[in-house]
Design a protein around this ligand. Structure first.
Ligand SMILES: Nc1ncnc2c1ncn2[C@@H]1O[C@H](COP(=O)(O)OP(=O)(O)O)[C@@H](O)[C@H]1O
Ligand SMILES: [Mg+2]
Length: 253
């Protein structure tokens, strides 16, 4: 099983849209059994996929009350696509003064081990919050690959270095080696965007995917419709870009 985290310390860069569409494409077009793990207390990925946390959420994994992954996983209306939803309760993980931080970092790796043993999924995808909270570090620690969505713009340049440094420090925790790639998102054809892209392609501390994701209103529409954009508007620019990018990702995986 592969595990991929979608990480960026900034909000609004397309993490959730990338996580959900990657999950949707792998399940629908590649026949992969996918588990999406909503690791952001905002619960946007859960909402996007049309699932409410109800009785269970990722927070239950961290408070130690859940011994069985079956208790926290919910099916979605999409074939081969399941989710562990999230809600604000997950924010309390970082506020708990008594928490065993080492154990919290291991939570998703332990979940992964259990899923591998039972051979239930082919891919796990973690949608992370815009912070290095414990659930985010735990997700990175459980992943082989980290994908950093980058919205081209002036502030990305300093943010990228910060992120690369922090990912390097997580890498040094002695856990398995993981690869880090950048993906340009919410791209549109303007001078400033092209300049930012040129700069990033030359100076980025992490390799960038060749494919990028164009900006289209269909994406925001799809989030309201609670459907991956590849389903809501299969021929839209972003849907085509996400499919082309997943094909590129599959080549490096
Ligand atoms: N390719 C795109 N085209 C247009 N809007 C997009 C695109 N990707 C993301 N968005 C919009 O940008 C906003 C932030 O995206 P989101 O995935 O929620 O970012 P993050 O998870 O990094 O905070 C959302 O309103 C989303 O609908
Ligand atoms: Mg998000």
């Amino acid at each position: 099983m592969k595990a991929i985290s979608i990480v960026n310390l900034k909000g609004g860069v397309g993490k959730t849209v990338t996580a959900v569409n990657l999950a949707g494409i792998l399940a629908a077009d590649y026949g992969k059994r996918v588990l999406l793990v909503d690791s952001d207390p905002q619960g946007d990925a859960s909402q996007y996929i049309g699932v409410a946390p109800d009785a269970c959420s990722t927070a239950d994994l961290f408070d130690g009350g859940t011994a069985y992954y079956e208790d926290v996983i919910q099916h979605t209306i999409y074939r081969d696509l399941d989710i562990i939803p999230s809600d604000m309760q997950l924010a309390s993980v970082d506020l708990d003064a008594d928490i065993d931080r080492k154990q919290a970092v291991r939570v998703y790796a332990d979940l992964r081990d259990a899923l591998v043993e039972d051979d239930v999924y082919d891919v796990m995808i973690f949608d992370c919050p815009p912070s290095f909270s414990l659930p985010c570090i735990s997700a990175i620690a459980a992943s082989d690959t980290v994908i950093v969505p980058i919205k081209p713009g002036a502030f990305e340049m300093s943010g990228m270095r910060l992120l690369a440094d922090q990912i390097a420090s997580v890498r040094n925790t002695g856990l398995a080696k993981r690869r880090v790639f950048g993906l340009l998102t919410i791209w549109h054809n303007a001078d400033a965007t092209r300049q930012s892209e040129d700069w990033l392609r030359e100076h980025s501390p992490i390799p960038l995917f060749y494919r990028k994701i164009r900006r289209t209103d269909k994406v925001t529409e799809s989030t309201y419709a609670a459907q991956p954009v590849t389903r809501w508007s299969p021929t839209s620019a972003a849907a085509r870009d996400y499919r082309a990018w997943v094909a590129e990702l599959m080549e490096v995986e």
